[in-house]
Design a protein around this ligand. Sequence first.
Ligand SMILES: *Cc1c(COP(=O)(O)O)cnc(C)c1O
Length: 226
Amino acid sequence: MTMIADKLQRVRSQLSDACKSCFRPTDTVLLLAVSKTRDAATVRQAYAAGQVAFGENYIQEGVDKITSLADLPLQWHCIGPIQSNKTRLVAAHFDWVHSIDRLKTAQRLNEQRPADKAPLQVCIQVNIDGGSNKAGVEPDAVLELAQQIQAMPHLKLRGLMTIPEPAPDFASALAVHLRARALFDALNAQGLGLDTLSMGMTDDLDAAVQAGSTMVRVGTAIFGQR
Ligand SMILES: *Cc1c(COP(=O)(O)O)cnc(C)c1O
């Protein structure tokens, strides 16, 4: 086995243990491999080990990889900040965007999504722990933005994404993730029909799964330190 195949298998079994320990079916959490800063050959190795969904932070770097790996049936997720002059690239190349944090970005992506492609699958990034210098919509502003996005024909609103500050221990990580879960449930109680809660990274994966994450974004545990 390659080192990447070995690490992927470890992350998958960690995920399935985390699911079991809170009585969740193991196939309810999707593993997104965060391949930022890794080259296309490394992504190919991960694909050979069964990984299909990849996350990228830097738009141009991601688009270069998407283009050079177009022979593989991969699913590409944009998880980084999106400047206005990059929305056209994102709309043309990615399958998912997790990092929508304002109406203008959503509007541009909706206008620029090519007509021959499926709607772009999107999540709203929420500033769940009040980090003041961080991207993300404030929790009490999410409902309005969600309703605006739902009216856009070329976007499909799937859920929420969070990037909390690193937590000192399991209990504090869990507490923050449970706040995101409560917001997710409250929005669904309003009829939004969301199915995706994108939260949890290498260091807080177990807490995120326990709080109800449906998609974890893992870089370091699969590819090593950046
Ligand atoms: C880098 C990154 C990750 C992966 O973080 P690791 O700690 O390496 O698992 C997940 N989500 C976002 C938004 C990132 O920027």
